[in-house]
Write a protein that binds this ligand. Structure first.
Ligand SMILES: [Zn+2]
Length: 305
């Protein structure tokens, strides 16, 4: 039998080895957890189909990498048709949004506010604050406040007014506040006044464009009825679903401009940018958290792949 002193050293050595092994295991688990950390994204649009058009390709890439995306339509779309309207149309559009949500791999919520009559009320602002908090959002995406459509403008105001307030505990105290302000981003538009859109972030969606168009095509009442009617193209809409999707792609595929190409070159490098055909771009809103370049790369992991 070994003397007590040696037994004790032996015991301590084994305990130390166990300790080192457990620390190593714990370290690995932490690294794994950080690598697996989910990014929570909320995209807010005025109408059921706005989120899809503006950020659908980016949403698909978040969702396919296991991150959580919520689409919110602030109105129920009950004015968006030339033959149908009211509650019956809202029902159709909500069902279309649910189908689109499945195709995008996102949760789609349609709020019951009238289309074409949206006002930036306190009630809707608080509702959005609660939704952003419940989703534990890291990123919130929505339209800029200068736009042809009053619902788009008022949606932008509602989102801007929710930024910062999402961290204030005394506002909507029934829903715990976020610990830090999310990054708020604007989606691309063509309006020049008072300031043109600035492409701070651009995401390559070339590989998912077909998926995006297929998911968008779930909004049948919009892309094959209402929107062609408003632009005098109703007679162009093909009969079969396959032909309709091709037609929609040709009509609604995003076009690259110089600003977006410059932004792509910044994020993806000059060489890779040459092969990028389609992208979605975002402008950083000054009322949310101001992310560093390093943080943007963490929040948009698809940029680094
Ligand atoms: Zn819209």
């Amino acid at each position: 039998m070994k003397p007590y002193f040696y037994r004790n050293i032996l015991f301590e050595t084994i305990t130390m080895k166990k300790y080192i092994f457990l620390s190593f295991l714990f370290g690995l688990m932490v690294i794994f957890a950080i690598a697996q950390e989910k990014i929570n994204v909320v995209v807010i649009g005025a109408h059921p189909d706005d989120c899809d058009i503006d950020a659908g390709g980016t949403a698909i890439q978040f969702s396919e990498s296991g991150h959580n995306v919520l689409f919110v339509s602030v109105t129920n779309g009950d004015a968006g048709h030339h033959k149908k309207g009211g509650g019956a149309l809202a029902k159709i559009r909500t069902a279309e949004a649910q189908e689109a949500g499945k195709r995008f791999g996102v949760k789609y919520i349609v709020l019951d506010n009238h289309d074409g009559e949206l006002m930036p009320t306190l009630e809707i602002r608080l509702n959005l604050i609660r939704l952003i908090r419940e989703w534990n959002a890291d990123i919130v995406i929505g339209p800029r406040p200068n736009d042809y459509h009053p619902d788009h403008r008022n949606t932008a105001i509602l989102i801007q007014d929710a930024a910062y307030m999402v961290i204030v505990p005394n506002i909507a105290p029934d829903t715990p506040p976020l610990k830090r302000n999310p990054v708020f981003l604007y989606t691309e538009d063509r309006f020049q006044k008072p300031t043109p859109f600035q492409a701070d972030i651009a995401v390559d969606i070339s590989e998912v464009l077909d998926q995006k168009i297929y998911a968008m095509s779930a909004h049948k009442s919009q892309f094959f009825e209402w929107l062609p009617w408003t632009s005098g193209r109703l007679d162009e809409v093909p009969e079969t679903e396959e032909a309709r999707i091709d037609w929609l792609k040709n009509w609604r595929k995003p076009r690259l401009n110089d600003k977006i190409k410059q932004s792509l070159a910044k994020w993806y490098g000059e060489e890779k940018t040459k092969s990028i055909e389609y992208a979605e771009a975002f402008e950083i809103c000054e009322y949310g958290r101001r992310p560093s370049e390093e943080e943007i790369r963490k929040l948009f992991p698809m940029i680094n792949q």
